[in-house]
Design a protein around this ligand. Sequence first.
Ligand SMILES: [Mn+2]
Length: 270
Amino acid sequence: MKKDNLTNNRESKDIKLIEDGCITIIAGPCAIESLKQLDIIAKKVKECGLSFLRGGAYKPRTSPYSFQGLEHEGLEYLKEIGSKYNLRTVTEVTDAEKVDEIAKYTDVLQIGTRNMSNFALLKKVGKVAHEKNKKVILKRGWASTIKEWLLSAEYVTSRGGCEVVLCERGIRTFETYTRFTLDLSAVPVIKKLSKLPIIIDPSHATGQSDLVIPMCRAAIAVGADGLIVEIHHNPSEALCDGQQALDPKQTSEMLHQINKISKVFGKKIR
Ligand SMILES: [Mn+2]
């Protein structure tokens, strides 16, 4: 697809990441693996009635020998598929020098757990998000306190202002059965200390697909404004984080359950 098409055929209407009375569910693969893979998964996201597609192009991996993402090529696929299905896109920024480039291809800039204290990156993301009207998801550092997390958010919001959403994604404790320990009490604490919305990432917190739906339910019950969930059309063949990805059937089941729980709180999913 030509670059002009990629930049021009989006609906100009701005939509917020979080809206009052709604639960925002962001879904998609951990990593963008190919145009076809992203197309299949995005189609599912659209069929589920959701508005936001996630997908990593630059992947910060614990091991340098793991798949590092398709990088620039992945950004092009994300933009193309976002346009095709009219989905807003979410992707991670890992490096201050890449923020301008990535902002041309995505609606939401995600700052990952490893970069929550990368202040040069936070300042750059805040500036670019303000100038280009991008939204920001700031994940909690896995060894960071809530107060440190809120101060990191201020690095972003103080560069002119933009929509910033916090994301609790698990912290490191002595427990090794789950990948991290999901700190659900962070939700009411954030609600007490801050006006920023907060979403939950049950995929990275638990690291196991069978634990994702129960923690999604708990996240809505505790008052989270949304979820970011890794899904894949064929988790056993995923190049990244397949063990925690929901397959299409589990994705439908998750939405079915979250829809029911959201109604209890007078909210609808989007
Ligand atoms: Mn992942």
